[in-house]
Design a protein around this ligand. Structure first.
Ligand SMILES: Nc1ncnc2c1ncn2[C@@H]1O[C@H](COP(=O)(O)OP(=O)(O)OP(=O)(O)O)[C@@H](O)[C@H]1O
Ligand SMILES: [Mg+2]
Length: 254
């Protein structure tokens, strides 16, 4: 730690005059597993959209690896090392897991080229290593459409890893997963964070408690509180606007 990979400086976003994000500043270190939490409409997804260039803020700066990336387009931001995982996995269901990985490894090749050209040793080794990491190695010749919901999510994470991004953004990656799959995803994200910083937006508080290095709590577009989970979950403001309600929901679910 101690090496900042991403800095958000006074980011504000408005939608038709509505202030969805207001003066948000934070920085993410290399190898950090950061969670953005907070009530519905707090601005969490909007912030991820700003980082990946999908939404341009009305003010503020986004500094990635020391460079201001505010003016870059979405595809340029992907190319310099920021990957985004959406809630619905974007995998090719009729291709095998391995073929999906080949496509992710060389997105600029055509489909036919990446599937039929001779693979270099480096590509094969990298893909296989990541498939082991994501518990998909035993399924590599199965079509992605046959995977469970959780496995599809892991495949998408695997596809992001093979591209060698430095920062991954994930919006509610464990939504729709059972506890066992959720815990496995957390272990996977911890592993991912060894080589790549990760920002996760999540409502599942048990998941956040188990795996977060640090947490940013957003409320009505502003940073309410930020720090290690132990500190954040005891902050009376956080309990009032978010965790109090979350605990009731947890209790109802048990
Ligand atoms: N494209 C848009 N146009 C207008 N308003 C928007 C748009 N996107 C988001 N908003 C509004 O901005 C606010 C922040 O939305 P955002 O999706 O970032 O919240 P969130 O923290 O991700 O919430 P959730 O936990 O429900 O996903 C909300 O009030 C939302 O209605
Ligand atoms: Mg959201």
């Amino acid at each position: 730690m101690g090496n900042t990979i991403l800095t958000l400086e006074n980011i504000s976003v408005t939608f038709d005059g509505f202030k969805a994000v207001q003066n948000v500043s934070t920085h993410i270190e290399q190898g950090e597993l950061r969670f953005f939490i907070g009530p519905n409409g707090a601005g969490k997804t909007t912030l991820l959209d700003v980082i990946c260039g999908k939404i341009k803020p009305v003010s503020g700066d986004v500094i990635f690896k020391g460079k201001n990336i505010l003016k870059k387009k979405e595809h340029e931001i992907v190319n310099i090392g920021i990957g985004r995982k959406f809630q619905v996995p974007s995998v090719f269901t009729s291709l095998t897991i391995y073929e999906n990985m080949q496509l992710a490894y060389a997105p600029k090749k055509t489909l036919v080229n990446s599937l039929f050209s001779r693979q270099d040793k480096q590509e094969k080794e990298k893909i296989e290593k990541i498939l082991v990491k994501t518990s998909l190695a035993d399924h590599k010749d199965e079509v992605a459409g046959a995977l469970s919901h959780g496995q599809k999510q892991w495949l998408e994470i695997a596809m992001l890893l093979v591209t060698g991004h430095n920062l991954l953004l994930m919006d509610e990656p464990v939504a729709g997963m059972g506890r066992a799959e959720t815990d496995k995803t957390g272990e996977l994200l911890k592993e991912v964070a060894k080589t790549c910083s990760v920002i996760v937006v999540e409502h599942d508080m048990e998941f956040v408690r188990s795996f977060a290095n640090s947490v940013t709590v957003l409320h009505e577009g502003k940073v309410l509180c930020e720090g290690p989970m132990e500190q954040v979950q005891n902050d009376p403001r956080v309990i009032e606007v978010y965790l109090g309600r979350g605990r009731e929901t947890d209790a109802q679910n048990q």
